[in-house]
Write a protein of this length. Sequence first.
Length: 585
Amino acid sequence: MCGIFAYLGEKTNAGELILQGLTSLEYRGYDSWGVAIKKENSKLHVEKHPGKIGEATFPPFTASSGIGHTRWATHGGVTAANAHPHVSCNDEVVLVHNGIVENFEELKQNLQKAGHHFKSETDSEVIAHLLEEEMKNETDLKEVVLRVFRMLTGMSAIIVFFPGTNQFFAIKNGSPLVYSGTQSEQILASDAVALIPYTNNVFFLPDYELLEMNPHGARLYDETGTEKSLKTVTLEIDKSQVEKGAFAHFMIKEIHEQAAIVKQLTKKTDQIQNLATAIQKSNRFYFVGCGSAYYAALCGEYLFSKIAKIHANSSFGSEFSYHLDFIDNTSTVMAVSQSGETIDIISGLQKAREKGAHIMALVNVLGSTLYRTADSSFLLGAGPEKAVCSTKAFVAQITAIFLLAHTMAHTVDKGTKDLFNAAREITSILEREKSIQELAEKIVKSKNIFVLGRGISYPGALESALKIKEVCYIHAEGFAGGELKHGVIALIEKGTPVIIYNPEDETYEDSLSSAYEVKARGAYVIGISSKPNPVFDAYIEVKNCGEATIIPNVVIAQLLGYYLALAKNLDPDKPRNLAKSVTVK
Ligand code: M6R
């Protein structure tokens, strides 16, 4: 969701650098933006705008420090006034905030009584005024920030910029804040991706610790204000991974990376064995995820049952709190998440932890909240996923869960062989990309698209429909093939595109029957199978790779979604209203 980028260094074009930093965070999703810089020998300059950064340039002021923010509106509409940074009445405090101040109304009333004038409708602005108020009683700025942060309820990450002294303070109890410092410049950001153009050595700020960044360097304090040492980690990400390169969009670049990711994951069997050992010690096992990660979790239910003969339940992150009755200290809960920051998962997991469950995290972002707080974590290693819609992280999640199931079944060699076949099929589909583009152009005027699958192809159908609807805004639904006659079939009209997953497994004949049934009602049937059939109006071949066939099958829907978006002249990387990492409930 919101993005933060703060700069302090030798370069004198801070405004431009902050704008570049914010642009690298655009993928998180936002609806307005703002930058505040301290002009050399002069006052603060603040720019705030609704909408996207686009081609915006920053006035060529000489400035070596400042802070910027991209906002995804929660409290207060999308206006320039509600965009961050927020500035105190006396212009001495500049604030950016990610998260929600749950007690803002009460705090605001008290501040208004004390004479503070509010310029926005946001919850965040109270923090700037609280800081100004507290500075009347305390001169030590670190004390001021620590005290004010204690007054806030809810989960927040803030960076405070005091332009008068050129000091920045960062503190959080939720969304990440990351610091990097070289001899010539220091940066604070909400996402390590923004730091990669500068350095790979970064520091992830732990909850409730305070980081001070000033022209002499950085200092870290615990929550009592006692100084402690700051140890950086080295990120294994290179610049090419955060750039589009020769591709038109991040989405298509990330789709193309998937065959390599699948093969790469087969080398992580030792780490997967550790997860398997912990799961096998527990009595109950739960997967928890949201959106695409939930569909990967649902695939996990089928894979655990079929391959490992282990019972698993899967739940949406937002529903998991209502399933806690059976969780105890013999349970294992695995969070499946690209970002590792999804609040619906984090809050459900906190309750499971209180009941003694072992918490596992399958995440793609090093240093993320789930990665740091889980009892055992597995890093997917898919590299930064910058398109808002998940493609390669979803494929990495299924691949890891597939390998985990085979590890528990002691059939890793068979699993690895299936995955190499799946990777080969992804490559083969990408060689036929043009035909999927033509199919997209043929069905782009459709009002509805349906996807049917049985067995593990059912969660595959759900994920496929999500991929289509979120990037091209055509209504798409995934259904279990067997549900057709229980109501779904009423939706089929002449020409409605229906994608049928028809892999060569125990669902083969029944899925074919579904194809005939929708065809009889006029559907345009798109068959995805290893065998052609006269019932298919369009046929996309995917050779059988056992249970791993789901992986190339979903890649077809990713490509279809991508080309449908292009056919509608939409930007597939930035679907409307969506945020990459959903850090508010
Ligand atoms: O970062 P996470 O994997 O926890 O995110 C979960 C969902 O928000 C995410 O998968 C979302 O559904 C995407 N838009 C799917 O493309």
